[in-house]
Design a binder for this molecule. Structure first.
Ligand SMILES: Cc1cc2nc3c(=O)[nH]c(=O)nc-3n(C[C@H](O)[C@H](O)[C@H](O)COP(=O)(O)OP(=O)(O)OC[C@H]3O[C@@H](n4cnc5c(N)ncnc54)[C@H](O)[C@@H]3O)c2cc1C
Length: 449
């Protein structure tokens, strides 16, 4: 008789957990996976996917306006149905949820829709009461939105709820200045809500290249988004009218219809029982793991946002794959965290890979910076006064590209291809040796001065 019920028990059916469970089962392991909400996890159910679909939906506001200059007769005020977009997006989420569940089923992974907690190095307990043993446990429980503990915070919502709104708010206040805050500021603004973004510090998108984030701030303000900096949340109060009155330090209180907290994400480790396996969390509540995703308890591993290394879907997926290949595939694999491309799906979007100018100067002393600051051809004809900015940071001796940062139409699509070259260690000269593809925006990459 087998010593354990399963070879592997995965807690969390998101990007990392699903990949690890499916590949481990394909390698021959007997696997079960517990998911307390919906298979697919944050990315599919309430993150990247529904957000990107809303970004597409929002962008039509500009495209419809620009269409006139291209000869199309479009009414000045186009009607927009939030309910229709929301329901179509949620329908797509349902489709993906089914597809992810089917993939696990077809690989022989037993899916248990229940909350699981750790009760020992080889044991988990389901909320329904069942106790299960496994030779190894993989924690892939992700992260959740952090909400500041001010009076009335329960009157606000987070990215978990934002995809389900009954109606669009006329006035929305977004707390935070990271990528999720800026993406939703762009989305609501295009849908004609009055958007105010408030932040504790005086910068947006900390960690992104300064020139591109300054450009986004300038364009966002031009589009009508208000920013309030050095503002600490003090409280939310519901008024008789149904509106919310928000108080903050250094600024007058304001009345809005919706408060969206985008104030960071914290690992989902609360009451997970990790102490029962002798695992101590770090000061952010994340599970410390080694390069092979193994925790201080040898039978327990962790991947994805819960480890707070890089909170992005492709990283969680790679960590899940590396875990499965290393443990069950006889192919030891480690994730390479160098040169990870990332994007902000704001209006216009930002994309970057490698070091920012500030980081490069700190590490290398002197660096060479090349810029292309231009107005996309399409924007010129449309009379849209919005400039794109591409920035390349190179080692001043070798010309090796250390970082590439862009803001402008379609830059996430353009950057993914350019990131291959940056990752491969190519130089500015290699880019210049490539003939421009004309006319395109991407050709600016090989024409920078
Ligand atoms: C609004 C938003 C937009 C985003 N946009 C992007 C983007 O554009 N690009 C990008 O790369 N990343 C994006 N992300 C981040 C991305 O979603 C995460 O990095 C990714 O989902 C992490 O995968 P994971 O497997 O670690 O965790 P998750 O995908 O969060 O999965 C964890 C799962 O575990 C379940 N769970 C938790 N506790 C338990 C328990 N005790 N028992 C059973 N189940 C449990 C949860 O319900 C969840 O389904 C976004 C996130 C948000 C919130």
């Amino acid at each position: 008789m087998a010593k354990y019920d399963y070879d592997l028990f995965v807690i969390g059916g998101g990007s990392g957990g699903v990949r690890a469970a499916r590949v481990s089962a394909a390698h021959g392991a007997k696997v079960a996976l517990a998911e307390e909400y919906r298979v697919g996890g944050t990315c599919v159910i309430r993150g990247c996917v529904p957000k990107k679909l809303l970004v597409y939906g929002a962008h039509f506001a500009e495209d419809l306006r620009d269409a006139k200059a291209f000869g199309w007769d479009v009414p000045d005020e186009c009607a927009f149905s939030w309910e229709r977009l929301r329901d179509n997006v949620l329908g797509e989420v349902d489709r993906l949820n089914t597809a992810y569940t089917n993939t696990l089923d077809s690989h022989g992974v037993e899916v248990i829709l229940d909350r699981a907690t750790v009760t020992g190095p080889n044991e988990v307990k389901l909320a329904s009461g069942r106790t299960i043993t496994a030779e190894r446990i993989l924690i892939a429980v992700g992260a959740r939105p952090h909400v500041p503990s001010c009076p009335g915070h329960e009157l606000g919502i987070t990215s978990n709820e934002v995809f389900h709104l009954d109606k669009l708010p006329e006035r929305v206040l977004i707390a935070g200045a990271g990528y999720i805050a800026n993406e939703f500021a762009g989305i609501f603004n295009e849908f004609k809500s009055k958007v105010t973004l408030i932040n504790r510090s005086d910068v947006i998108l900390r960690g992104y290249d300064e020139s591109v984030r300054d450009r986004l701030l300038q364009i966002s303000m031009m589009k009508g988004i208000d920013f309030r900096f050095n503002a600490d949340f003090q409280g939310i109060e519901k008024l008789k009218s149904g509106a919310l009155r928000v108080s903050m330090s250094n600024h007058e209180p304001m009345e809005v219809d919706l408060v969206l907290f985008a104030t960071g994400r914290v690992p989902n480790t609360e009451k997970l029982g990790l102490d029962k396996a002798g695992i101590e969390l770090d000061d952010k509540g994340a599970i410390p793991v080694d390069d092979d995703n193994q925790s201080a308890c040898k039978s327990i591993y962790a991947v994805g946002d819960v480890t707070n290394r890089v909170q992005l879907t492709p990283i969680a997926i790679r960590e899940g794959q590396a875990f499965a290949d290393t443990i069950y595939g006889g192919k030891p694999t480690r994730v390479d965290y160098g040169c990870i491309p990332a994007a902000v799906f704001s209006h216009p979007p930002i994309a970057g890979v490698g070091l920012t100018e500030g980081q490069a100067k700190e590490q290398f002393g002197s660096v060479k910076v090349y810029l292309s600051d231009f107005r996309a051809m399409k924007n010129v004809l449309a009379g849209r006064n919005e400039r794109a900015l591409y920035k390349m940071i190179c080692d001043s001796e070798t010309g090796k590209i250390l970082g590439l940062h862009m803001i402008g139409p379609d830059v996430p699509e353009i950057l993914q291809a350019a990131a291959i070259a940056v990752k491969a260690g190519l130089t500015k000269a290699d880019f210049d040796a490539t003939v421009a593809l004309h006319p395109s925006m991407a050709e600016e990459l090989v024409l920078m001065r």
